[in-house]
Design a protein around this ligand. Sequence first.
Ligand code: NAD
Length: 260
Amino acid sequence: MLDGKIALITGSTSGIGAGIAQHLAQQGAQVIINGFGEQSVIDTQLAELSEASGRAAQYYGADMSKPAQIRRMIADIQNDHGPIEILVNNAGIQHVAPIEDFPDEKWDAIIAINLNSAFHCTKAVIGPMKQAGWGRIVNIASAHSISASPFKSAYVAAKHAIMGLTKTVALEVAEAGVTVNAVSPGYVLTPLVAAQIPDTAAARGISEEAVKRDVLLAAQPTREFVEITDVACAVGFLCSGAGKAITGTNISMDGGWTAK
Ligand code: NAD
């Protein structure tokens, strides 16, 4: 159980991040969510999280592409609620295009949100974690941290790079009671994946059904999407006491994709 542990999950108003927030709340963590969305929807999510946890969940709306906003958010959370004990770097976006057409601004945004935000969050929370002698950092990477797919240059570059960050920080804090790991899902049918199906169909000149069958699930030997709750439970395990010896590693949850 994560009784009262203060847990920040970036990009948690949707998809995998929302599922991780729900699972950590069920384990008793005081959950802090972040991401974009309608205020009324966020209020409903906060009420559900608070009920699950028994502790008031909070929302901080920093834009994870803006380092100054990230630093301010972490400082505000630590002032308002105390040191962050669990950090899940989950915020991420995708863009699918051949390299010669890949928009510069999409490259910059993906590197900023999927990679640089994890650096800025980690840098801001690591001091208090070391001081407390306990901390958990989990980076939501991807099967694309190990394998590449065409037309996803920025995403694959960011996800490969986040493994370098994961391993390096794990070594730096190994004696301080702080673990740093990545979880690497295959395809999970969230809004991020649903949104790239039309672009992939256009880039490859095939139907959307064919993208699901022949592109997405073709990569996964199980031929099944990974469930959000599977990813959330893996994060929960890494955050538990039983996860204390696991650090600097990448836990694949990809239905066998990267076994090939
Ligand atoms: P999603 O689109 O459902 O959710 C993304 C979340 O990030 C949302 O809450 C959104 O508001 C937030 N976000 C986006 N830009 C932001 C910004 N600038 N500042 C703050 N928040 C921002 O996506 P998802 O599929 O749940 O993806 C979550 C993570 O899991 C990503 O890092 C993604 O790369 C990774 N992942 C997803 C899959 C998959 O198949 N869905 C597979 C492997 C890894």
